[in-house]
Write a protein that binds this ligand. Sequence first.
Ligand SMILES: [Zn+2]
Ligand SMILES: [Zn+2]
Length: 310
Amino acid sequence: MTFEVLILGSNSSIPVHGRHPTAQIVHHDEQYFLVDCGEGTQMRMAAFKVKRSKIQHIFISHLHGDHYFGLIGLLTSYHLLQRQTPLHIYSPPGLEEIINLQFRYSDTRLVFPLHFHVFSGQTMETLYESDTLTISTLPMQHRIPCCGFLFREKKGLKRLKPGVAERYRLPTPMIAQLRQGKNVWWNDIELKSEEVTTEPPPPATYAFFSDTRYDERLAEPIAGIDLLYHEATFLSGLEERAALTHHSTAAQAALLAQKAGVKHLLLGHFGSRYPELEPLLNEAKAIFPHVQLALEGHRYAVRQPAPSLV
Ligand SMILES: [Zn+2]
Ligand SMILES: [Zn+2]
């Protein structure tokens, strides 16, 4: 089952150095979730061949412009392209009012159903649930209400070994029972689930940390997860400025990843003052070795091979 993150924008504040404000696609199975929608997001989607129509759910972490100024453009395109399917937007309070005001003064009456879902940003809340995935908020420590998002896969069904269905000509309900771990009788033969199925891969978890200052309490809800995207707006030496603006240094991102015992760390929300990203990477790597830069246009698997200990 596909579970990966496509980076559309990984810069903070302004588009600069060929980088763009925050936006990413979390692709899980058949679903494409848009996480934040900084300026130019729909152009980044076109550049990386993500069809707009695949998005049914948009998660906005907070109402600083570098995280949602692309939203009105994207919604307008959906309207002009005669979108029919409903769209769900999850955000802190205020976004519905902002968007409705823009549409009111452009005399736009949307042709598709748009549903706003508000989260408080104070506690963890489940925003979305399917048979295979839950998405919850992760309250951040920022200047205004702000949440990250936790994408937690559910344990999947067992998998039928290759050729079993064909050999016994199994009907679909029998296959379903075997995959649930039940034994079945079929044509006077007892088929044992443990003999004809294999275990599914362990469920994987991805956390998107939006803007936040360092706070080790944030490590608890992401303990042991597979992949953490964490902001790295500053280099060490600017901790005071980071605390004042409610952001983190690359070293603090690495420290949090280490405390939480995550498997891999992805650095993003790069400070506009840094044309080169290597110093941010090196600073984090000195503390937490399994770290990469979130590069735009790159896809990062959430379920990665176990890191080498060499
Ligand atoms: Zn930001
Ligand atoms: Zn912010």
